[in-house]
Design a protein around this ligand. Sequence first.
Ligand code: ZN
Length: 85
Amino acid sequence: MKFFLPKSHIIASNENNCGQMESVVKCIGCNKEHRIVTNAQKYVDWLNGELINNALPELNAEQKELLISGTCNSCWDLMWGEEED
Ligand SMILES: [Zn+2]
């Protein structure tokens, strides 16, 4: 299966023999690398424009955010965290 990497924070995506896509996402905030394993076909669906909640509902919120924007939980909180009154 050929595909491209449209997002610079996704530094690798490799399909394994089990029909899974093993992606490495580098957080744009802290540069930590996160490995995310998904269904390969669903992952391609997402790359092709499917909503992540439809294509990859099994991912947790942090994994979805990493794939979409390249930010991990702690960096997300730093950038967008709710302001305290
Ligand atoms: Zn981070």
